[in-house]
Write a protein that binds this ligand. Structure first.
Ligand SMILES: Cc1ncc(C[n+]2csc(CCOP(=O)(O)OP(=O)(O)O)c2C)c(N)n1
Ligand SMILES: [Mg+2]
Length: 569
């Protein structure tokens, strides 16, 4: 495309050209009459970019969020005004909490109808604007077709720079139809903050002075190169490395320095170790509620441990914690700087580090459960799928077995292998899996879903078939319950159970109705392996329905034990 003289075309076409120029080959959405000119642009450029039409905007937005997580560049979602934008809000919230680059384009009423509460009119700057913490880094509205490339370019910059996150671009219907000869702008690379040399020297000094250091790695913006550098840093300094909540693929789980995940359902020994550390070096992780055990493992606002926090977003530094050293740096620059730090010949804490890994290994040994042992299910999956398999999940206790027993291959070897919402959004797993299967069709994708979680976005099974996904297996863990909530009820109000029981469909029959393969329901551990073999070999999307006793509420305890304890208290 010649940048200097672009032929005149509608702004809708120019927008699709701009996405192509940014390297985007897939956009997700649900069509609406508010952005027909953009759909026509997708039609015109169908040889270079596809529009994946979804069955609900929550599915489309989650798919775009997953695209952002997988690629490190903004995931792209298109929705129509009021109703479409409202449905897509959960994807924005997830991208915000997970620091995922994403752009949500929303069709808007025509400019000459504005402010009348015209059909489906919403003011998105108010709805998602920076005043509403948690939805968007920036909301822009394009008034002038000639400035559309400028808005798209800024959206890409804002979504990727600093702490990555979602951006909303509002597109008035009449603007999209206007002709423009504005040239598209070249591919954007985010500006990246690098750590100052003095900061690295200070970090070295803090490490030398420490006795029990601990690294928490996580957040977004990691590259394979930066992850490899982090590994070299951990090896040279003999540091134990834990991964932040739902960023378990930042560090290879099989590496001898790996200490486990610092998230929900944390290994108690790991929690004790983080508390006991005298220096915590948080690299890329946000230090949110889930990673800090409710701001308790690291006490807010002044932790007992010395704290070094390295983060790409300056506004994250000192937001909650008064750290001893705050370093504003992108992971792409921080990784190599850490690897370049001169390490001492030996570290006094080498045994502490080895013990951290031994605790992680010991935590992989489950206590047996009958008739269906979820730990064995996870181990069986790991035996049958390659390292670069992408695992997705939504929210619910079922995810605890995945997070505890699956060993995520590090991003440095396999790219991202974990698509999971730190926002705790139920319904994330199915659309994320469909997106992954469409975007990276050569890789196997496994979604572990809860029965509650699955039905929030299960309609996207249709999208998987319509767009030709193949290497995709959904495993529904059916305990007949919004089990997580039941667990909290039994803890806080023992025996007073309301609203958490589920009447479920026949999940396998449902999947078959969508054109998926599904076998017999799996009620016992021994039946899982043959079901998985078939699902992996069938050549089209497959669903496995597992029946789990409601009482088996986590990998560590039962509902009856929780209730008994609460009643005794
Ligand atoms: C969109 C959304 N709605 C509600 C919740 C609150 N919530 C968290 S876990 C959960 C139950 C999950 O049920 P299920 O998927 O069956 O998993 P289980 O806990 O039974 O393993 C609920 C309702 C949430 N996290 N997200
Ligand atoms: Mg359930």
């Amino acid at each position: 495309m010649n940048e200097a003289i672009a032929a005149s075309r509608s702004a809708g076409h120019a927008l699709v050209e701009a996405l192509v120029a940014q390297g985007i080959d897939t956009a997700f959405g649900v069509p609406g009459e508010s952005y027909l000119a953009v759909l026509d642009g997708f039609f015109a450029h169908a040889d270079r970019i596809r529009f994946v039409s979804c069955r609900h905007e929550n599915g489309a937005a989650f798919m775009a969020e997953a695209q952002g997580k997988l690629s490190g560049r903004p995931g792209i979602c298109f929705v129509t005004r009021g109703p479409g934008a409202s449905n897509a809000a959960i994807g924005l919230h997830t991208a915000f909490q997970d620091s995922t680059p994403m752009i949500l384009f929303i069709g808007q009423v025509a400019s000459d109808q504005r402010d009348r509460e015209a059909f489906q009119e919403v003011d998105y700057r108010q709805m998602f604007g920076p005043g509403t913490l948690g939805f968007a880094k920036w909301v822009g509205e394009v008034q002038d077709a000639d400035r559309l490339p400028e808005y798209v370019a800024r959206a890409f910059h804002v979504a990727m720079q600093g702490r990555p996150g979602p951006v909303v671009i509002v597109l008035p219907e009449d603007m999209l139809r206007e002709a423009t000869s504005a040239p598209v702008l070249p591919r954007i690379e985010p500006a990246r903050a690098a750590p100052a040399p003095e900061a690295m020297r200070d970090l070295g000094a803090l490490l030398i002075a420490a006795e029990r250091p601990f690294v928490i790695a996580g957040g977004s913006g990691w590259t394979a190169y930066a992850c490899a550098a982090l590994e070299r840093f951990a090896e040279a300094w003999h540091l134990p490395v834990g991964c932040a909540f739902r960023f378990q693929d930042v560090f290879d789980n099989r590496h001898p320095n790996y200490a486990g995940d610092v998230g929900i359902g944390i290994n108690p020994k790991l929690a004790a170790r983080v508390r006991e550390a005298d220096l915590v070096v948080a690299i890329g992780a946000r230090l949110g509620e889930m990673t800090t055990g409710g701001y308790e493992l690291l006490q807010a606002p002044r932790p007992k441990q010395k704290l070094v926090h390295i983060h790409a977003g300056a506004e994250e530094l000192g937001r909650v914690y008064a750290g001893d050293l705050l370093v504003n740096a992108s992971m792409a620059c921080a990784g190599p700087a850490l690897a370049a730090l001169d390490a001492p010949a030996s570290a006094t804490w080498a045994a502490w580090s080895a013990a951290a890994h031994a605790d992680y290994e010991a935590n992989l040994v489950p206590s047996p459960v009958a008739p269906l042992d979820m730990a064995e299910v996870m181990k069986c999956i790991d035996r049958h799928v390659p390292d670069d398999t992408i695992f997705t999940n939504g929210a619910g206790n079922f995810s605890g077995w995945l997070h505890r027993f699956h060993r995520y291959a590090g991003l440095r070897h396999a790219g991202r292998t974990q698509l999971a919402p730190t926002s705790g959004a139920m319904g994330y797993g199915v659309p994320a899996a469909v997106a992954a299967a469409l975007l990276e069709p050569h890789r196997q994708v496994i979604n572990i879903a809860g029965d509650g979680d699955f039905l929030m976005t299960g309609q996207e099974l249709a999208t998987a078939i319509a767009h030709g996904a193949t290497k995709l297996v959904v495993i529904v863990v059916d305990n007949g319950s919004y089990g997580t909530i039941r667990m909290h009820q039994e803890r806080e109000y023992p025996g007073r159970v309301l609203g958490s029981s589920l009447g479920n469909p026949d999940f396998a029959a449902l999947a078959r109705a969508y054109g998926w393969w599904a076998g017999e329901r799996v009620d016992a551990t021994a039946a899982f392996e043959p079901a998985l073999r078939e699902a992996l070999a069938v050549g089209r999307p497959a669903l496995i329905h597992l029946r789990l006793d409601t009482d088996v509420i986590t990998s560590r305890t039962t509902l009856s034990a929780i209730r008994k304890k609460a009643e005794a208290a």
